[in-house]
Structure formats: structure tokens, C-alpha cells
Design a protein around this ligand. Structure first.
Ligand code: FCB
Length: 420
């Protein structure tokens, strides 16, 4: 079957500054220095000696950096995308992408409170120009989880002052690049607050339910403030949204979780968004009081570098159908799989798109799809081990190697249709 997508559909891939640029100095880079050894030990301890010796697949055993070594958990030069963005956009163009999502690193733009680094502002201008020159539409994220060290020292998003500081930074950025049409203010506020405050696993590792709520609210305020700044002052066809990670829940708790996790934030900002960015990765079947009772039928052979995330393409359909009630255009701002061997990726993309197509054919206004990610990159506290890229990174040589699935996705983008 051939599934044709709407005219002018956007096809691309996404990245985030801290994960690809290299040599960032922010709250994450500080945290990595302190936690790399612990993260390496945890990985070692989570694997039995039997598995380590006999069952660990070669591609994990031989991977560089090794997930059992601290260097895996230090972003360092990452993909050196800061210097190689042109080469990377050449690849995106050669793969038929007509759009690209990336983020601007606040800590580069405002390394000290109130001091703008004009060189860095010029750098992102070059990034935007490089995309435009290649006929690629930029989707620009203003905040993808990292904070300048001075902001973190002031309490980060717990401190209401950060809302004003973020708005001032956003205003500077938006004024600097008036040609950008699509702005994503925040990436996954719910995943950030959950990991950093509810579970206390990622910086600033403050485990507290009250802080979690406070930060979540402050993020919603920050988004609204930036929306208002962008709208009255800027050209009317500028589109502003967030990238929201929604899960497909099943089971008796599904309606409550769907409301709290998937819709609370969107309802809170409903008069302050032009589109919804959807990041879809998760299905969560609840049985009794147990979460994630998923079967993972799709994968016969575990995807080790994907930390065994379940693959459940149908979920994207249900999530999209649920989002329809907000009556906004939807862009899928992330969807992807960590699969170093590239055995599942092509099918993963096609199956998800088949379900996206079904949602569209039933009246959901989906206008674009960004695969996560263009390149393998620094996957936060999992380090370099998960390989999400359409393009494989050799972290020793910085060589880029286009994966087979990337060509399959290129065909989809060029033909504006999926054959599955
Ligand atoms: C999302 C993040 C992105 C990347 C993918 C795998 O939650 O937005 O930066 O880590 O997961």
C-alpha cells in the first residue's frame, strides 16, 4: 500500500545543542564531570557478570566510547556539530529533508547574566542561513534542557526569576532572527521535571514533589510569556509551540494519566500556542498498580542500545487522535529508535508513519515529521551508547556514515509518501 501525505508536508530530523554541538559549558557539563564515574559503575552493576561475559553483543562490547567507561558520560566534543553543521546539513539535504529542528544553547548566548555574546548570536545566524541556503526550513528550539551555570546557581526553574531571564533571552533571540518562522519555546517540560525533580536522576537532582509542581508551573508561565513576546512584536505568520512528550496509556488509570501527563500542560497554555509539537516514544499499559506492562511484541531481538524501550507504532495514532481536540496543527517534533545495528529503524519509521497517515486520513491536522535524530549523539545520562541517528557517528574520527534506513527515509521524504 502507498500512503500519500498532505501537500507541503515537512520532512526532517531533530537535534539538540547539548547533544551534538560539543564543548558546551552549562549545568549539564558541570554535572557530567561529577557523575560520569558513578554512571559508568551503575551500568556495570546493572549487568550480571554472566551477561557481561557471555551475552553482551559485540557491538556493545566493541563500542567507543564504552558504556562501562566514564568518558561515555561526558559530552565533551560530542559530534562537533558546532563546527561541522554545514557538512551535516549537506547530508540532510542529500537525504531529501526539507526541514530541520535544532536548539539554541542559552549558555552560549548569555554566558553571564545580562551579557550577550554577539559571536554566538552570529554563529546561529550562520546555522540558520546554512539551512535556508539548502532549502531547509528551520524549527528552532529555545530551550532543550540545559541552563547557563549562572541560572542554575540561582535555582534554575525553581526560581521565578528564571522566567524573566528566559523571556529576556528569548526576546533577544527572536529579534535576532526575524526570518525564523517556527519557534519551539520548551522541549518536553514534563520529561524534564519528572527526571530532574520527581525522580531526581538528572541535574539538578532535587527530588521533591513540591519542587516538581513548582518547576512545571514555572515552565508553563515561561512559555506563555515568550509567546506574548513573540506575537505582538513579530511578523504574523510566526508559529510558536512547545515539544510535548505524550504517551499512549492503556488500562484503568489511562484517563487520569492522559489528563495529567498528556494534557495538563497543553490546557494550561492553550491560548498561547499556534501548533503542538509532539514527541512520541512511549506506550504504557497499566495493570493493577504496575506501570509499563508492555509486551514489546515488535522486537524479537532486544535493542540493547535502546535500553529496551518498547516499540509500539500504533500508539502514535492514539496520541494524535487525542490531540485533535486542541484544534491546532500538529508537527511530530521527535520520534525515533536507538538501534546501533540499524535492523529495526526503517520498519520503525514506516510503521509509525503508517499510523500517522491513518490519523491524518481521519481528520487530524499533522503537518510534519522530524525523526530523532539526524546523528547519533550524547543521550543525556545514558551518554553516547544509544544510537538514534539516521547517520552513524564514529566518535574516534568524527566521521559520519549514512545508515541504510536514512536512505529509506529519504525516499519517503522525496516521494511524500510511504510504501508499507
Ligand atoms: C527525548 C529528548 C531528546 C532525546 C530523545 C531520545 O526525550 O527530547 O533530547 O533524548 O528523547
Amino acid at each position: 500500500m502507498q500512503y500519500k501525505f498532505p501537500k507541503n508536508f515537512l520532512w526532517g530530523a531533530a537535534t539538540a545543542a547539548h547533544q551534538v554541538e560539543g564543548w558546551n559549558h552549562n549545568d549539564w557539563s558541570e554535572w557530567e564531570k561529577e557523575n560520569a564515574s558513578r554512571l559508568a559503575e551503575n551500568t556495570e552493576n546493572n549487568i550480571s557478570s554472566y551477561t557481561r561475559r557471555w551475552k553482551l553483543p559485540d557491538y556493545i562490547k566493541n563500542s567507543y566510547p564504552s558504556p562501562f567507561s566514564p568518558e561515555n558520560y561526558i559530552s565533551g566534543r560530542a559530534c562537533d556539530h558546532y563546527n561541522r553543521f554545514r557538512e551535516d546539513f549537506d547530508i540532510a539535504k542529500s537525504l531529501g529533508h526539507n526541514s530541520h529542528r535544532f536548539s539554541i544553547e542559552w549558555s552560549r548566548i548569555e554566558p553571564e547574566e545580562g551579557r550577550w555574546d554577539e559571536k554566538e548570536i552570529a554563529h546561529y545566524q550562520e546555522v540558520i542561513n546554512a539551512l535556508r541556503e539548502r532549502g531547509i526550513e528551520p524549527f528552532v528550539t529555545l530551550w532543550h534542557w540545559t541552563l547557563p551555570v549562572w541560572v542554575a546557581k540561582q535555582g534554575g526553574w525553581e526560581n521565578k526569576k528564571t522566567i524573566g531571564n528566559f523571556a529576556r533571552y528569548a526576546e533577544k533571540i527572536v529579534e535576532s532572527y526575524p526570518e525564523v518562522k517556527f519557534w519551539i519555546t520548551l522541549n518536553e517540560p514534563e520529561i524534564y521535571t519528572m527526571n530532574s525533580y520527581l525522580r531526581g536522576k538528572r541535574p539538578p537532582q532535587k527530588k521533591s514533589f513540591f519542587k516538581f509542581l513548582k518547576v512545571y508551573r514555572n515552565l508553563a508561565e515561561a512559555h506563555k510569556k515568550v509567546y506574548i513576546i513573540i506575537h505582538p512584536t513579530w511578523v504574523s505568520d510566526t508559529q510558536v509551540g512547545i515539544a510535548k512528550n505524550n504517551s499512549y496509556f492503556e488500562g484503568w488509570l489511562a484517563p487520569i494519566l492522559n489528563y495529567l501527563w498528556n494534557n495538563w500542560f497543553l490546557n494550561k497554555i492553550k491560548n498561547h500556542q499556534d501548533f503542538i509539537g509532539l514527541n512520541y516514544y512511549f506506550h504504557n499499559r497499566i495493570k493493577g498498580f504496575k506501570y509499563n506492562q508492555n509486551e514489546n511484541k515488535w522486537v524479537s531481538d532486544p535493542v540493547w542500545d535502546g535500553n529496551f524501550w518498547e516499540i509500539y507504532p500504533e500508539g502514535i495514532y492514539h496520541v494524535l487522535k487525542d490531540l485533535k481536540k486542541h484544534n491546532k496543527p500538529i508537527y511530530i517534533t521527535e520520534n525515533g529508535v536507538a538501534d546501533a545495528r540499524d535492523v529495526y529503524r526503517e520498519k520503525f519509521i514506516k510503521e509509525h508513519l503508517r499510523w500517522v497517515h491513518k490519523a491524518i486520513s481521519e481528520g487530524t491536522d499533522v503537518r510534519g515529521y522530524f525523526y530523532w535524530s539526524l546523528l547519533d549523539n550524547f543521550e543525556w545520562d545514558s551518554g553516547f551508547a544509544p544510537r538514534f541517528g539516521l547517520v552513524e557517528m564514529n566518535y574516534r574520527t568524527m566521521e559520519r556514515q549514512i545508515r541504510q534506513s536514512a536512505y529509506a527515509y529519504a525516499k519517503i521524504a522525496r516521494e511524500n509518501s510511504v510504501t508499507a
